[in-house]
Design a protein around this ligand. Structure first.
Ligand code: DGJ
Length: 357
């Protein structure tokens, strides 16, 4: 597979699983992502979450829609809503597959977390809830200033509509965490990460995307148990967490809508941090568009996959916002360093796993 080219599935159709991630389960890989249609309308969910399966990560079989939209205007997954960045994990205790996604409307204002479950990896997934998480719960690292009812009240009076993407100074002037304490925190771009001990984490952009929240999930993976704020007012999107040799890593983007920006890396000794930024991990240039690290080769992060032989692949979306179905994929190797990690441009997706049945 050449990075940035069309990636045909078993039917010869370009893989349609954007903003996605991969679950390794039972000797197979499952790729879940946003099903897109052609044109600008492809930003909305017309079908749902698309699933593919593969034994060695190069040849993918179309497994259809795992979480389907419906035609109920009152439903959070009504046709024409937005279902973004879906990720699936397996809960060993319940034996269920759990999908989280950013659940929102055409206007992109709801900032909710959708949770769906299934007994079988490929679904069908049933929606459990779509809501803003952490209502009535402070982050573990909340400060006295965060808990100040006076500043929370001022922010509540200003409301949400005054806070738009990129209006950076609103977040430094207003206590958005306090404003949202009672009714739940905003949750947009997201990922899931399962630690070696089975503890699962939901990493999501919050507070109008200004600050990332990292939540440990409850034992059934259906809700948040506790959370922290990370990278206050750094406007991180597209987070992907991974772990190697006891250290935790984050790959993220900045916040510029569908337009590419420079990736950001961070390292910590625990999923809750403290996180140390290590700058832009990307190296090299994508010759197809001439874009290098300054614009993440024209792409945005979506997931980091650990391979069985201790290699890691960073997955990116090359968004095509005028024709979403034509969005492409970059899968690039992660190289670990004493400081953290680097991501190196390679023209080809090299995986080289033995087929496992
Ligand atoms: C950037 C996010 O990373 C995408 O998932 C999507 O939400 C766009 N913003 C929408 O503008």
């Amino acid at each position: 597979m050449i990075n940035g080219d069309l990636w045909p599935d078993n039917k010869g159709v370009h893989i349609n699983a954007h903003g996605g991630g991969i679950l390794a389960h039972g000797g197979q890989y499952y790729w879940f992502g946003e099903d897109k249609i052609a044109g600008v309308e492809g930003r909305l969910a017309w079908h749902g979450v698309h699933a593919y399966s593969s034994s060695a990560l190069i040849h993918w079989q179309d497994e259809g829609i795992a979480l389907a939209v419906n035609d109920d205007p009152a439903s959070p997954i009504c046709r024409g809503c937005r279902i973004e960045r879906p990720k699936v994990i397996f809960n060993k205790a319940t034996g269920r597959f759990v999908m989280w996604f950013h659940s929102t409307n055409d206007k992109h204002t709801l900032a909710r977390s959708g949770v769906a479950v299934a007994e079988h990896v490929l679904g069908p997934y049933r929606l459990v809830h779509a809501r803003r998480p952490d209502a009535g719960r402070w982050p573990l690292n909340a400060t006295e200033a965060d808990r100040d009812p006076a500043t929370a009240g001022v922010a509540a009076a200003v409301g949400e509509s005054a806070f738009g993407n990129g209006e950076w100074d609103f977040n430094t002037r207003h206590n958005i965490l306090g404003r949202d304490f009672a009714n739940g925190q905003m949750a947009r771009d997201m990922n899931l990460f399962v630690d070696d001990d089975g503890a699962a984490y939901h990493i999501h952009a919050s507070e109008h995307n200004g600050t990332l929240h990292i939540a440990r999930l409850t034992d059934d993976y259906l809700d948040h148990a506790e959370y922290v704020r990370a990278f206050p007012n750094r406007w991180m999107e597209a987070p992907a967490m991974f772990k190697r040799d006891g250290r935790y890593y984050l790959l993220m983007s900045g916040c510029t809508g569908w337009a590419p920006n420079a990736a950001r890396g961070a390292v910590a000794e625990h999923p809750f941090g403290p996180w140390r930024e290590i700058g832009n991990p990307c190296r090299g240039v994508n010759p197809a568009n001439g874009l290098g690290a300054e614009l993440t080769y024209g792409s945005q992060s979506t997931f980091v996959l650990r391979l069985p032989d201790d290699r890691y692949l960073a997955m990116f979306d090359l968004w095509q916002p005028k024709d979403f179905i034509d969005s492409r994929y970059l899968w690039l190797p992660v190289v670990f360093t004493s400081e953290g990690y680097e991501i190196h441009w390679t023209p080809e997706v090299v995986i080289g796993l033995q087929r496992r049945g």
